[in-house]
Design a protein around this ligand. Structure first.
Ligand code: PGD
Length: 758
C-alpha cells in the first residue's frame, strides 16, 4: 500500500522491478510507475552519515549546512553521538529547545508511520516543541471549527460521490476537481472513485461549472470560468449578492441554521462600507463578465447545487475566506444537509472527500503525551528558528517562539513543503544540530548534521488503514533492507535504550509483534459491530480485511434534520456566518465575517509591474509532493531534466519563448530554471509549475543560488494566511520569465553528496 494506491510488487535481487495495481481499483494512479528501481536508487542513504563540520567542531550554528561533506559512521557511533547530543540539549536548554514538529507525509502504514515514531520517542524523552495543523489545510484547520464546528468531518463525513451522482444538478467547483490529486490519499487507498462518479453524474444530466485559471483542473465537459487567480471570494460575493438582491436566498434556512447573516449582509450589500459586492464590482476584480455571474447565481438557485471549494484556495494569503465564503454561499442557497446540495471542501484535493467513512477507530501506534506546551502553526518554521523569544499572534492567542537548539525531522522534506527557500536556508543555519531520518538524500537530508538512513515501506511489514477506505491491508515486506538502512523504529529503540527508556519505548515488542498487537487492539470494536474479524494469522495470509462503511453520507445531514439534537460544535451550535469569537480577536486580516481582501501576489496589484505573471505552484501530476522525483513517471515529464512550466502561447510569444525552451523563472526572492510547455488552456496571465522538483542550487554554499531544477518554493513568499491561522500560502506567487541563454547547468539533485569514510 502507498499513499497513491494499493498494489502488488515484484522484486529481483533486493530491487522492486514492477508494481501492479490492486484489481479492485477502478482508476489506479499512474504514480505507481515511480516505484520500480526505487529501493536501490542512487539517491538512497546507504548508511548513517554525519556532516564533517559537526563531527570536527561539534554542534553550533553554521552556514555550512547544505554544502559541507559527510562522513560515514557505524550505527553504534551514530547512536552514541545522537543520544549524547539529545541529552546535552535537554539538560542545558530544556525539552522545548527541541523542535520535533517534523511535518511530512512519509509513507503509508500505521506502525512505521514516521511521525508517530518520532513523536512517541520525543515524548518519552520529555517532550518537544511541536507544530499544529498541516501545509495542506493550515487555514481551514483553524477557521472551519469556528464556522461549522469541525474541519476533519468536512472530509471524513463529506457528501459521498454516489449521493452527488444521484442527486446533484449542478456542481459549482471553485478550483475544479483536479483528478490528478485524487490519486493520493494520506495513509493509502484501495479505490479511486472520483472519475467514475463524475461520469455517472454527467450521464444523469448533471452539469459542472469549473472556476479555475487552469482548464485541466476539471477533466472533460464543463463550463470553464477562468478568473484572475486569487479572486474566488470576490466571485462568491457577487453570486451571493445576486441571490440576496433577487430574493433567491433561503431566509428560513439562514434563520434556523445560521447566525450572523444580517451582519454579513450589511457588508455584502455595501451598507457598512459603501461598496456593493455586485457582479460589476466582481468583474473589475476577477475579469469575469458580470452577466456570467448573474446567470450562474440564478442557475445555482434553480436546482440542487453543490458549492465545492478545493483546498488550494485556502493555501494563499487570506486563505480563510474562500471556505468560509463557500459555506456562506451554500447556506444562502439553503441546501446544506440535503442530498447532493450544500457545501463540499476538498473534492479533487485528495481522494478522501466523497469516500464513505468507516465507523471504527484506526489501529494506532500510541504516541504518548507531550509535556511541553510550546507550539507553532506548522508553516511558521523559519520564523521559529529566526526569531527566538519573539511573540506572535495565533488564533486569538499571543505566543512566544522558544529558542530552538536541535531540529529533529523524520519523514518530511521542508525543501519541498516550505516557502521562500533562501530564508529557510538561513533559518536552518541557526540551530546547533539538525537530525534527519529519510531513505533518500533529499535536500533536507543534505542540510542535516546527522543523517539517519530509513527503510522504505518495501523493506518492512506494516498494516494500513484510513478513515475512508473499507480495507485494512497487510503490507508484506517485499525486499531486505537496502545496505545500512534501518526501520525508524529500530533507530528510536536503540536511541531510547542508550537514553535509559528503551523498554518504555518498545514495551518489549519487535515490529512484527507491534503489528499483531495493534491488530488485536483494533479487533474488538469491529467485532462488537458484527465484524467477525479473522485471526491475525489468517488476516496476514489473506492480505486484507473488508470493513463495513457508513454508506451514503450527506454532510451535516443530521444537523439539518434536527439542529437541537445534533448541533454543530460552534458557540451557537449553528453555522457562524458571523463569528463573535473571531471578531473579538481584533485582527484586521480576518474579521468576524467572510470578506474580500486584496492579495499581495496578484495580477492587479503593484508587484505585478515588476513580476507580471501569476505562478500557480500546485501539486504535481507525476509524483506525490517530492517523493520519488527520480522515478520513471516523474522523470518522463521533465524537459531537459527540468520541471515543466506551462505558459500561455501569448505570454511565451511576448518573450520569444517556444515549447521545450529552458527558462529562468524569477522574482526578488529567488530564481529557478524550468522547461516550457506551451498551453492555451490557462488564463493568459498564468503560468503553472508544480511543487516537488528536488531543490538543486547551482552554488550549494549560497542560500540565494539559482535552483537549476525547478523548485517553485525558491520564489514563494514565507508569509502566513493571516494572524488567525498562519496557514501555508505557497500556491500563488508573481514572477517574471526569460529564456535561459548560455550553457545549461547539470541537474545534480539525485547524486548523493561526497561521503568520506571515518
Ligand atoms: P514529501 O515529499 O511527501 O513532502 O510536504 P512533505 O514534506 O510531506 O516528503 C516526505 C518525505 O518522507 C520524503 O522525503 C520521503 O522520502 C520520506 N519518507 C518516506 N517514507 C519514510 C519513512 O518511512 N521514514 C522516514 N524517516 N522518511 C520517509 C508536503 C506539503 O507540501 C503539503 S502536504 C502541501 S499540501 C503543501 N503544498 C504546497 C503547495 O501547494 N504549494 C507550494 N508552493 N508548496 C507546498 N508545500 C506543501
Amino acid at each position: 500500500m502507498s499513499h497513491w494506491g494499493m498494489f502488488t510488487a515484484e522484486s529481483v535481487a533486493g530491487e522492486v522491478t514492477a508494481v501492479h495495481p490492486y484489481e479492485g481499483d477502478s482508476n489506479p494512479s499512474p504514480m505507481l510507475g515511480n516505484f520500480a528501481g526505487s529501493v536501490r536508487s542512487r539517491s538512497r542513504v546507504a548508511g548513517p552519515a554525519v556532516r564533517r563540520g559537526w563531527l570536527e567542531n561539534g554542534p553550533g550554528p553554521t552556514e555550512k549546512r547544505g554544502s559541507d561533506e559527510f562522513v560515514s559512521v557505524e550505527w553504534d557511533e551514530l547512536t552514541e553521538l545522537l543520544s549524547r547530543e539529545l541529552r546535552r540539549v535537554v539538560d542545558t536548554h530544556g525539552n522545548n529547545a527541541i523542535f520535533g514538529g517534523s511535518y511530512g507525509w512519509a509513507s503509508a502504514g500505521r506502525f512505521h508511520h514516521a511521525q508517530s515514531q518520532v513523536h512517541r520517542f520525543l515524548n518519552q524523552l520529555g517532550g518537544y516543541t511541536k507544530s499544529v495543523h498541516s501545509y495542506s489545510l493550515g487555514a481551514t484547520g483553524v477557521i472551519m471549527p469556528r464556522v461549522v464546528g469541525t474541519h476533519s468531518q468536512l472530509f471524513e463525513r463529506s457528501t459521498s460521490w454516489d449521493v452527488i451522482a444521484q442527486h446533484s444538478d449542478l456542481l459549482v467547483c471553485f478550483g475544479g476537481v483536479p483528478i490528478k490529486n485524487t490519486g493520493v490519499n494520506a495513509g493509502g487507498t484501495s479505490e479511486h472513485p472520483t472519475r467514475g462518479a463524475i461520469d455517472a453524474f454527467r450521464r444523469r444530466g448533471g452539469k459542472i461549472v469549473s472556476i479555475s485559471p487552469l482548464r485541466d483542473d476539471l477533466d472533460g465537459e464543463c463550463d470553464w470560468i477562468a478568473p484572475i487567480p486569487g479572486t474566488d471570494v470576490a466571485i462568491m460575493l457577487a453570486l451571493a449578492y445576486v441571490l440576496a438582491s433577487e430574493g433567491l436566498h433561503d431566509i428560513a434556512f439562514l434563520n434556523r441554521y445560521c447566525v450572523g447573516y444580517e451582519r454579513f449582509e450589511e457588508y455584502l450589500l455595501g451598507r457598512s462600507d459603501g461598496i456593493a459586492k455586485d457582479p460589476h464590482w466582481a468583474q473589475e476584480i476577477s475579469g469575469i463578465p458580470a452577466e456570467t455571474l448573474v446567470d450562474l447565481a440564478r442557475r445555482m438557485a434553480a436546482g440542487r447545487t453543490l458549492v465545492s471549494v478545493t483546498w488550494s484556495l485556502q493555501r494563499i494569503k487570506h486563505g480563510e475566506q474562500a471556505p468560509w465564503m463557500g459555506v456562506t454561499l451554500a447556506a444562502m442557497l439553503g441546501q446544506i444537509g440535503l442530498p447532493g446540495g450544500g457545501f463540499g471542501h476538498g473534492y479533487g484535493s485528495m481522494n478522501e472527500p466523497g469516500m464513505t467513512s468507516i465507523p471504527y477507530p484506526l489501529p494506532t501506534f500510541p504516541q504518548g503525551r507531550n509535556p511541553v506546551t510550546d507550539f507553532i502553526p506548522v508553516a511558521a518554521v523559519s520564523d521559529l528558528l529566526l526569531s527566538p523569544g519573539e511573540d506572535f499572534d495565533y488564533d486569538g492567542r499571543r505566543l512566544t517562539y522558544p529558542d530552538i537548539r536541535l531540529v529533529y525531522w523524520a519523514g518530511g522534506n521542508p525543501f519541498h513543503h516550505h516557502q521562500e527557500i533562501p530564508r529557510l536556508r538561513r533559518a536552518l543555519a541557526r540551530p546547533d544540530t539538525i537530525v534527519v531520518h529519510d531513505p533518500y538524500w533529499t535536500p533536507m537530508a543534505r542540510h542535516a548534521d546527522i543523517v539517519v538512513p530509513s527503510t522504505t515501506s518495501f523493506e518492512r511489514s506494516d498494516l494500513s488503514c484510513t478513515r475512508n477506505d473499507a480495507l485494512l491491508v497487510a503490507m508484506h515486506q517485499v525486499t531486505e533492507p537496502f545496505a545500512g538502512a534501518r526501520d525508524d523504529y529500530e533507530t528510536f529503540a536503540a536511541l531510547a535504550d542508550a537514553l535509559g527508556f528503551g523498554d518504555t519505548f518498545t514495551e518489549g515488542r519487535s515490529s512484527q509483534q507491534w503489528i499483531e498487537h495493534l491488530y488485536g487492539q483494533w479487533q474488538p470494536s469491529v467485532d462488537a459491530d458484527g465484524g467477525n474479524t479473522p485471526s491475525f494469522e489468517d488476516f496476514w495470509a489473506d492480505g486484507h480485511y473488508r470493513m463495513r462503511t457508513r454508506g451514503d453520507e450527506v454532510l451535516f445531514g443530521d444537523f439539518r434534520e434536527n439542529p437541537e439534537k445534533y448541533p454543530l460544535g460552534t458557540p451557537s451550535g449553528k453555522i457562524e456566518i458571523f463569528s463573535e469569537t473571531i471578531e473579538s480577536f481584533g485582527y484586521d486580516d480576518c474579521v468576524g465575517h467572510p470578506r474580500w481582501y486584496e492579495p499581495d501576489e496578484w495580477l492587479k496589484g503593484s508587484r505585478a509591474e515588476a513580476f507580471p505573471l501569476h505562478l500557480i505552484a500546485n501539486q504535481p501530476k507525476t509524483r506525490l509532493h517530492s517523493q520519488l522525483d527520480h522515478g520513471a513517471v516523474s522523470q518522463a515529464s521533465k524537459i531537459h531534466g527540468r520541471e515543466p512550466i506551462r505558459m500561455h502561447p501569448d505570454a511565451a510569444a511576448e518573450r520569444g519563448i517556444v515549447g521545450a525552451d529552458v527558462v529562468r523563472v524569477f522574482n526578488d526572492r529567488g530564481a529557478c530554471l524550468a522547461g516550457v510547455v506551451v498551453d492555451a488552456d490557462l488564463h493568459p496571465g498564468v503560468v503553472q509549475l508544480a511543487t516537488g522538483a528536488w531543490y538543486d542550487p547551482l552554488d550549494p554554499a549560497d542560500p540565494d543560488s539559482l535552483c537549476v531544477h525547478g523548485n517553485p518554493n525558491v520564489l514563494t513568499p514565507d508569509v502566513g494566511t493571516s494572524l488567525l491561522s498562519h496557514g501555508c500560502t505557497g500556491q500563488h506567487v508573481l514572477v517574471q520569465i526569460e529564456k535561459f541563454e548560455g550553457e545549461l547547468p547539470p541537474v545534480r539533485a539525485f547524486d548523493p553528496p561526497v561521503l568520506n569514510p571515518r
